[in-house]
Structures are given as C-alpha cells and as structure tokens.
Design a protein around this ligand. Structure first.
Ligand SMILES: [Co+2]
Length: 429
C-alpha cells in the first residue's frame, strides 16, 4: 500500500514483544522458503525428475485454465480433475468465484483430510493452496504464485486465513501503467492485462495484526527493464539507508538520487526516471497499515528519525511522467479511519455494512470485491454514507499523467536493536 503525502496521522510506536517474535518467526520461515525455492523451480523445469512427475502433469492442466483462473483450488495434487473443474468455473478477478470457491474448498478440504491418512506426505498444489504452517520448507512456492489473479486466493490459504487473526492485510493492488497504486478491479471491470502493460502487484498479509506490506512490478516487454531496475535499486537503497536514528529525509534523498540516475528509452524517446514525489513509504502498526511516519522518496522531507522496534514499509515509485500522482478512476480501496471512535448511525443499511466491516476488516483496508464475496449487495450508498460521516476513508487509484509508465518495489523491514530485518525479502525480489 502506498502512502500519499497529504495524509498525516498520529505516530504510533510498536513495541510489544509479541509483534517482534511473530515477525521474526515469519521471516525465518521466509528464509527457509527462499533457500528451497530454487529446488522447487528446478524440479518443475527438469524433465527427468521422477519425483516431480505428478506436479508437472498437474501444472500443465492448470496452465490450460490459468488465464481465467483464480487460486481457490483444491488442496491435493492428485485431485487434478477437481482442480481443473474448479478453475474453469472461476473468472479473472475472482469476482463471483471467491465466495463460492471458498465454500467449496472448505468442504473439499474436509473430505480430503479423511482420505489423506493413507496417501503419504501432503504435496503442495500449483498454484499453492496448503497453509505455510502445514508445509515443510520445500515446495511451498512456485513461480505461478506471482500471477496477479491468483494472489489473493493463494495468500488466503498460505496465511491460513482465520477471521481477523490471520489473513490479507489489504486488497491486492494491480495498478497498470500510469496508475501507480490503489487499483484493484471492482465487479464487472473488463480490464485484461496486456503484453505492454506495467503492473504493480502490491499485496499484504498479517498475523494478529502484524502486517507485511510488499510489492513488485511485472512487465512482459523487456523495454521496461531499465524502469524496473531503477525502482528496485531505489527501494534497495532505501532499505540500506534505513536504520535506528536515521532521519527520514536522508532516506528520501538517497532514494531519489539513485532513482533519478536511471534513464529509460521507450519507443525512441528517452526519459529520466522520476521519483513520484507525493508517494511515500510508511511506518506500520498493529492493524494499521500507515502508522504515522512517512518515508519520502524525494529530498526535502521531514527530519524525524526512525526508532528502534519500528516496522516500516520501504516503497518507492518511479515514473516516466510528471513524477506526481492524483486521484483518478473508480475507487476500489477503503479503510476505516483509525482515529475515529464510535459514531451513532441512523440508517439501518449503513449500520449493517459497518458491522460487516468491523467484523471482517476492523481497521484493515478492504475493497468492494471483498464486500461482494461476503454476500453484501447494494451497499454503495451505505458505503458512501460511511465515507461522508468520516468513519471510512476512500483510497482511489493514484495515477500520474496518461501515457506514462510507473513502477514500484516495496519491502517491510523491522528495526531490531542489533539488526535490520527485511521481513518480506525473497530471492525473487
Ligand atoms: Co505500503
């Protein structure tokens, strides 16, 4: 999730032991998984590894449907037919499929648990659907997991989604081209990802409110490689600069320096990559994606210092346009205002919608699709009402000028007393 410069909130410091141990544990998991990701990928690609035969076969089947599929697949590798059937029923943005798919897989899981006993060790599906906690490090992930349309379903399973205790921390951003952040499809959106698109996958998970916020950019056409490289380098620079007692303005200046040292040539025209000056990284608190401190990505920011035990999302955005974003297009992202206490509501539909939001998202961000999958209907007026009274804030897509291209990379870090831990680091980005 991106932080827009205009937004200012109170600073909240995160110091509980719990939060530390949780995130550290999670990051250790990540390390293990990283080490083994190679193996899995190698296995998939190799033709003579007999162990992987089953997986290969399944992968092929999945691929036939992958373009239209969401990940609400099944939990067992040998239930290929079931998976295939399920994937066929699902559409690209998981619009209608999410709810139904989840129910179905819930039943399916039960059935399988009975069968499982005499069938040897569980195997991860492709895309993965077994919770990380149930897996040995090997074969947890596959390259398919990166697919935008499969991320949410996959993430829900991997995190062992359970109400507000574990799940997705905010809607999966898949902003395209001149849109830098906060776009995810609403129901009926006909957008289809194209070869020449530059797509920012911004996704977040949490366990007991401890949020991991990370993002990467996908481009199929290699002409954007320099743009992506610039932003990745800028983000890694931010991560390198960050630390206890470091001034936020110094991080921003270092980021801009690196970002704007890159040029990209697109269709015969050369652009200097610009840092998008009104987008920021941010501190993270429990159930609070933007906890108050902002990490600028240009010079001239605040001199506030980073502090021990703070969590930060270090994210940078590069653009071939103006280097400045504005609200544009239909809103999909919403979030309760963290500061707002109880507000009495008169309209029944608004009350009902707020109850649903409180129960399912609390102060975490959500999108219209997630209300749809919870069975909410005709909620737009009520949602507008909740926004008008200030309980909910809308987060519309943030776009630079039409025709330009933007890229983003992001990681969540924890400033531990003796080390700076990159909680979301993998070998892919
Ligand atoms: Co973020």
């Amino acid at each position: 999730m991106a932080d827009v410069e205009e937004k200012t909130c109170e600073i909240e410091k995160q110091t509980t032991d719990n939060s530390q141990t949780n995130c550290v544990a999670e990051s250790k998991e990540n390390e293990k998984q990283d080490v083994n990701e190679n193996e899995v990928v190698d296995g998939e690609n190799s033709t003579d590894a007999p162990k992987k035969k089953k997986k290969k076969k399944k992968k092929k089947k999945t691929d036939e449907n992958a373009d239209e599929a969401n990940v609400d697949g099944e939990t067992k590798t040998d239930d290929v037919e079931k998976i295939t059937d399920k994937l066929e029923q699902q559409n690209l943005d998981g619009e209608t499929a999410d709810g139904g798919g989840d129910q179905a897989s819930g039943e399916g899981t039960k059935k399988k648990k009975k069968k499982k006993k005499n069938k040897g060790p569980k195997q991860q599906t492709d895309p993965p659907s077994l919770p990380i906690s149930d897996r040995t490090a090997k074969d947890r992930f596959s390259s398919e997991e990166k697919r935008a349309e499969t991320l949410e379903g996959t993430a829900r399973k991997l995190i062992n989604e359970k109400g507000l205790e574990a799940g997705l921390a905010f809607p999966t951003g898949c902003s395209l081209n001149h849109c830098a952040a906060h776009y995810t499809p609403n129901a009926g959106d006909p957008t289809v990802l194209q070869y020449d698109d530059v797509c920012k996958i911004d996704f977040g998970t949490h366990i007991n409110g401890h949020i991991i916020d990370c993002a990467f950019t996908v481009a199929f056409n290699p002409k954007y490689d320099k743009l992506l490289q610039a932003v990745k380098d800028a983000t890694n620079t931010g991560i390198r600069e960050a630390g206890i007692d470091v001034r936020l303005c110094d991080v921003g200046e270092a980021i801009q320096e690196v970002m704007e040292s890159y040029e990209v040539e697109l269709d015969g025209k050369t652009y200097q990559v610009k840092s998008i000056r009104n987008l920021n990284g941010h501190s993270i608190g429990p159930y609070r994606i933007h906890a108050g401190k902002t990490v600028p990505i240009v010079k001239g920011g605040e001199a506030t210092r980073m502090e021990e035990l703070e969590f930060y999302a270090i994210e940078t955005f590069g653009s071939t346009g103006k280097g400045m974003v504005h609200d544009d297009m239909e809103t999909s992202h919403y979030m309760k205002n963290f500061e707002v206490g109880h507000v009495p509501l008169r309209v029944q539909k608004s009350k009902q919608l707020l109850n649903c939001i409180n129960q399912n998202f609390s102060t975490l961000a959500f999108c219209r699709r997630w209300l749809d999958r919870l069975g909410q209907t005709k909620y737009l007026m009520a949602l507008k009402n909740l926004c008008d009274v200030g309980i909910i804030d809308p987060y519309p897509p943030l776009c630079d000028i039409k025709g330009c291209y933007t890229a983003q990379f992001e990681h969540t870090i924890l400033l531990r007393p003796t080390c700076k831990e990159v909680l979301s680091r993998g070998e892919d980005y």
